[in-house]
Design a protein around this ligand. Sequence first.
Ligand code: C5P
Length: 220
Amino acid sequence: MIIAIDGPAGSGKSTIARRLAERLRLTYLDSGALYRALTYMCMRDGVDLGDVPAVVKFLEALDIDLQYAAGRQRVLANGRDITAEIRDPAVTRQVYYVAKEPAVRKEMVAHQRAFGKRGDLVAEGRDMGTVVFPNADFKFYLDAGADVRAQRRHRELREKGMEVPLEQLRKEIEQRDRTDMERKVAPLKRAEDATVVDTSDMTIDEVVEHVMERIEKGRK
Ligand code: C5P
C-alpha cells in the first residue's frame, strides 16, 4: 500500500504522515528531507547551487539515508548525521535551487521509488501523488491558510530554540508556495484524484482521524 500526502509548507504533512506510518506500521518517506540533505551538503562542501552539472555529480556520489527509530527520524548523508542541520532556515531558503532542476528531480524520484519497492509506504512531499507515485492507493492534499502555517512554523522553530519573527516566516512561506507552485517540473499541485483536507481549523488528532476514516473506508 502506498499513501501519498502532498501540500505546502506548514500544512501538517510531516506530522500527519508520521502518525499514519506509526498507526498503520508503514515506512515513512520524507521526500523534502532528501532535497534538504542535498542542499545542505552542497552548502557545506562549497558546491555552487547554481551549477547544475556540479550539483548532479555531487548528488550521484552522495548516499542519503533516512532512518526511523522510536518515532524519531534521522537523516544521514555519507554516514554523517545531518538531522538538525537540514531544518536550518538558511537551508530552507536555498532548497529551491535544487528542487527546480529536472536532472536533480530525476535522481530523487528514482531514490524515492526505491523506497516504495521496499514495502508499504506513507510518502510525503510536493509531487508524491502527481509524479512519484501516480498509482498510490490513497492520495491526500493537505492545505491551510498562510497565516496558520506561519504560526505553526513559528512554534516549531521556537521549540527548537530558534526565534524567527512571525512576519518573516509568513513572507518566506508565501515565497516558497510561489516557487513550489510555479516551477516547471513537478510543481506543487493537487493530484486530480487526491482528497483535499483543509487543516486550518483542525487539530492534528482531527486530521489523523479524518484521513484514517478515508483509508479505512477505501480498504473495505
Ligand atoms: O517538505 P519540506 O518543507 O521539507 O520541503 C522543502 C522543500 O523541498 C520544498 O519547499 C520544495 O521546494 C522541495 N521539495 C520538492 N519536492 C518534494 C518535497 C520537497 O520540491 N517532493
